[in-house]
Design a protein around this ligand. Structure first.
Ligand code: SF4
Length: 466
């Protein structure tokens, strides 16, 4: 199948209140028919540079975040014009986005549009976000319609020769048994629609769902969990795989906290360990984020008081050494901190660049909690990323809480950590070298030696020269 996807903003969704949707709230001026035609022509031109028209099915998807049938978003005269443009450019299938109410309200226009398209040799598909075949859940996630409206809209579309493409969401909030709900929704869609599209629910900043995430009332799932749930739901519903399309990553993004909600997180204790801004990032890093595929060696490092970490004396000394390794680019540096498990590429992101953990204020109880939370976070990371790395290294003070948490987590996750600190040298120098002990040349040389030796032993990487 060859496809060209056009996403446009014109007017504002009549509803704008679905709790997961960042698009419905956007307000743009309504575009005229001429403006929309120009935009579509331009986008098709770009698509055509990449797509092959040898495929039997050539699909033009037109999404406007709301409803294609809403006069306040799309001028009536553009509807047929879109079909004409599609035909002119050799598309034999067009997908537009609608909300059931508009289909019901404009049933005659819908039928005549479908027939007009069919006469031109174009199949017209109506994409409707049902999300879940359950009225209670639809009410809780604030959808603007209920199942009876969806069923009626499907009947209208299909009785006129149109097709229905339904969107279902995996991992919605307020759901007790996601697999059971998904199975029920799939079986329902099989009776009323022509295709089901399974979308991984994700909370974009600024949405009501993002607030639920910050409150710990909803959490994202990993690709593996998404696939597992879909597989089980398909088995349970008896719906065959050909009926569904799956999209895990279309809406995922780092959980960037809106600027006006950011704060400098200075202090110690539970509040600064389990702050919602750290927690959502931890969920993202563990469940959603995938380390760059070429980074095959994990290296755990301590955090630093100075931010970003790479500007601190300890990190500068470590980096000056690491860059000399021929496989430096393959080493994934990951910092351990009260803020969580922080891959180097996020060190400049809020909240990782805006906190101070005042170590000197730690009590025994705080230390215990730090160890437990950090151990759990590290275990989560190691379990989820087990297949991402071939070797795991650590360069941490052996008497630090982070070291203890890491080693406990590694044992629980079944991961072998290569400890790059020579304990004998460390014990000898730690009293005289102060807080920057990890910058001691002897320790750094040992770290380099350990990393080199271990990587060079690997037949798949040993002969790499960077
Ligand atoms: S109806 Fe569609 S575009 Fe509007 S808020 Fe809901 S999901 Fe978003």
């Amino acid at each position: 199948m060859a496809e060209c996807v056009i996403i446009t903003y014109s007017g504002k969704c009549f509803w704008g209140k679905c709790i997961f949707c960042p698009f419905g709230q956007r307000e743009k001026g309504r575009k005229s028919c001429e403006e929309l035609k120009r935009e579509v022509e331009e986008k098709i031109k770009k698509c055509k540079e990449k797509m092959s028209f040898d495929d039997e099915r050539r699909v033009l998807k037109f999404f406007n975040s709301g409803s294609f049938l809403d006069e306040n978003q799309i001028p009536a005269e553009f509807r047929k014009a879109l079909i004409d443009i599609a035909k002119e450019h050799g598309f034999n299938s067009v997908v537009v986005e609608v909300v059931p109410q508009f289909v019901i309200e404009k049933r005659e226009e819908v039928c005549s549009l479908i027939k007009y398209a069919l006469n031109q040799g174009v199949e017209l598909w109506f994409a409707m976000g049902l999300e879940a075949a359950d009225d209670d859940i639809l009410a809780k996630i604030n959808k603007p319609f209920r199942i009876k409206h969806f069923v009626e809209a499907c009947k209208i579309i299909r009785s006129c020769g149109g097709k229905v493409r339904t969107y279902l969401m995996v991992n919605l909030p307020f759901v007790e048994d996601d697999v059971a709900l998904l199975a029920k929704s799939l079986a329902f869609c099989k009776d009323h629609a022509d295709k089901a599209v399974l979308i991984n629910t994700y909370a974009r900043p600024g949405t009501a769902l993002f607030k639920l995430w910050l409150e710990g009332k909803w959490h994202p799932i990993s690709r593996r969990e998404f696939e597992e749930r879909v597989k089980k739901a398909l088995e349970l519903s008896g719906v065959c795989e050909d009926f569904v399309e799956k999209y895990y990553e279309d809406y995922v993004c780092p959980p960037r906290i809106p600027k006006k909600e950011r704060e400098f997180l200075k202090g110690v204790g539970r509040e600064y360990l389990l702050h919602p801004h750290f927690n959502v990032w931890h969920d993202y890093i563990v469940k959603v984020y995938e380390p760059p595929s070429f980074k095959k060696f994990a290296l755990f490092l301590p955090c630093s008081y100075r931010k970003p970490y790479s500007k601190s004396a300890t990190h500068r000394a470590i980096l000056r050494k690491l860059v000399q390794l021929p496989f430096y680019a393959r080493i994934h540096q990951i910092m351990i901190s009260n803020a969580g498990v922080v891959p180097r590429e996020f060190e400049n992101e809020y909240p990782f660049n805006s906190y101070d953990w005042e170590e000197w204020k730690e009590t025994e109880e705080v230390q215990k909690e730090y160890c437990e939370v950090t151990r759990q976070r590290l275990e989560n990371y190691m379990r989820e990323k087990k297949d991402s790395y071939v070797l795991w290294f650590a360069y941490l003070k052996p008497d630090s809480l982070s070291y203890r948490a890491l080693m406990d987590a590694a044992r629980a996750a079944g991961v072998e950590i290569v400890d790059c600190v020579d304990h004998k040298i460390y014990s000898r120098i730690k009293g005289t070298y102060g807080k920057h002990v990890l910058t001691h040349p002897e320790l750094l040389d040992c770290m380099m030696k350990k990393i080199k030796e271990c990587i060079e032993k690997r037949p798949d990487f040993g002969d790499e020269k960077g």
